[in-house]
Design a protein around this ligand. Structure first.
Ligand SMILES: Nc1nc2c(c(=O)[nH]1)N[C@H]1C(S)=C(S)[C@@H](COP(=O)(O)OP(=O)(O)OC[C@H]3O[C@@H](n4cnc5c(N)ncnc54)[C@H](O)[C@@H]3O)O[C@H]1N2
Ligand code: MOO
Length: 389
């Protein structure tokens, strides 16, 4: 059995980032920028007022001084002329500061009478945003990076109506097992509903991929062949179930017969021991164990980083953070244990029941607490690592 980092490294080695495409900025939420975006001009493109008030010359900034208002500068409607001593221009937030003015007096610090204002108070600040104080022409937003609200705001202000992003990787999800039926279908007493594919599809979509849930493959070679045929145009195949050693667990052997080159089988983790990965007729394949918790844990630990890597992001494991253990834990066995747990106010407490079939416990958990292989007993108050889910 190999370790989790070793398995993840071998999965990255199977993958090649997908190609790129040009898309409208409006469709870029959640996508990964593939090429640096470069600002074609300064922002702000002119010195701009940060407040509503009056633009004046610095020399005129004296308490009690009276000035003549000679015009208005509004956002999108600049005052054309320059401004001299003894003069003021009514100005609004975001408006260009007239040539010659180098200070804004906020309107609360003035009294106005017709076209005259009197300065009644003064701030230390000039309330002028210098040209290019946000970014200058030539500023780069570097790729690769995932685009969300903040990046899209910036890209729009950089006048990027279209951007180059990585294509969304297509992931075919194949559930295997004679006992499985899709939710809503007729179910016999000896069958259960196929749940793994729904969670896995959500993980894939959350990571920017396109998930395709294929029809359930029964535990026989021709059913598996049919499912794999449907996955032919995918960037990644994810299977669930049939990975273990039972008489009906034929995924590994059958897939090899159909063209799979297996790169590894079995990982020192819990849940998830029968994980495998390989290349299926040119398409990378990750084979997850069938137990629902194993499938989602392995999806989080392996499929999510794989999706990031397919979209041009660095080959990196899922982020861990530290938390304080809320309750003592016994020593751990030889496999790295991903325990379902609750993280609240910095403290993490594991659930009593950790069987990898318990979907209710998994859905109640908000993190996985990681126990290293052969870890000594841990006491409440100790620092531990968790992954938020
Ligand atoms: N003799 C041994 N038996 C088992 C071992 C072992 O080392 N020796 N490993 C156990 C571990 S650990 C796991 S994990 C499971 C994994 O087995 P498979 O990947 O072959 O999964 P299945 O047998 O097909 O299913 C296991 C379990 O999960 C249910 N299942 C499967 N697919 C789905 C699905 N899509 N949605 C919901 N539930 C699903 C299935 O009905 C079984 O109950 O093997 C242990 N056995
Ligand atoms: O490795 Mo299994 O996934 O513990 O239930």
């Amino acid at each position: 059995m190999i370790s989790v980092p070793e398995a993840l490294g071998r999965i990255f080695a199977l993958l090649t980032p997908v190609g790129t495409e040009n898309i409208p900025l409006r469709q870029a939420n959640g996508r990964v920028l593939a090429v640096d975006a470069i600002a074609p001009r300064d922002q702000p493109p002119f010195p701009a007022s940060a407040m509503d008030g009056y633009a004046i010359r610095h020399d005129d900034a004296e308490l009690g001084k009276e000035l003549t208002v000679i015009g208005t500068s509004a956002a999108g409607a600049a005052f054309a002329g320059p401004i001299g001593n003894g003069k003021a221009v009514r100005i609004f937030t975001g408006a260009p500061v007239p040539v010659g003015a180098d200070r804004i007096v906020i309107q609360e610090h003035t009294t106005r009478d017709a076209d005259r204002i009197k300065i009644s108070d003064l701030s230390e600040q000039d309330f002028i945003r210098a040209r290019a104080s946000d970014f200058a022409e030539g500023f780069r937003l570097g790729a690769p990076r995932r685009l969300g609200a903040t990046e899209l705001t910036l890209l729009a202000s950089m006048n990027q109506p279209e951007i180059e992003v990585y294509r969304r990787p297509k992931v075919a999800i194949i559930s295997t097992g004679d006992e499985l039926v899709m939710p809503g279908d007729d179910v016999r007493a000896d069958q259960i509903f196929a749940s793994n594919a729904f969670g896995l599809a959500a993980l894939v979509e959350n990571m920017g991929g396109i998930a395709q849930i294929l029809p359930i493959a029964r535990d026989n070679l021709s059913a598996l062949r049919g499912a794999f045929d449907l996955a032919a145009n995918s960037d990644l195949i994810v299977t669930s179930g049939g990975a273990s050693v039972g008489d009906h667990d034929l995924l590994g052997n059958a897939a090899e017969e159909l063209g799979l080159t297996r790169y590894f089988y079995k990982v020192a983790m819990r849940p998830g021991k029968p994980l495998m990965a390989g290349m299926f007729n040119g398409i990378p394949l990750i084979g997850l164990p069938g137990n629902p918790v194993s499938s989602i844990v392995c999806g989080t630990i392996f499929v999510c980083p794989a999706l990031r890597y397919l979209q041009g992001l660095p080959a990196a494991p899922i982020q861990r953070i530290t938390a304080t253990l809320g309750r003592d834990l016994p020593h751990n066995g030889p496999r790295e244990h991903y325990m379902r747990a609750m993280f609240e106010s910095g403290s993490v407490t594991v659930y009593d029941h950790q069987d990898s079939s318990l979907q209710t416990i998994l859905s109640g958990a908000n993190c996985l607490l990681i126990r290293p292989p052969n870890a000594a007993p841990a006491q409440a108050g100790q620092e531990v690592e968790i992954i938020q889910i």
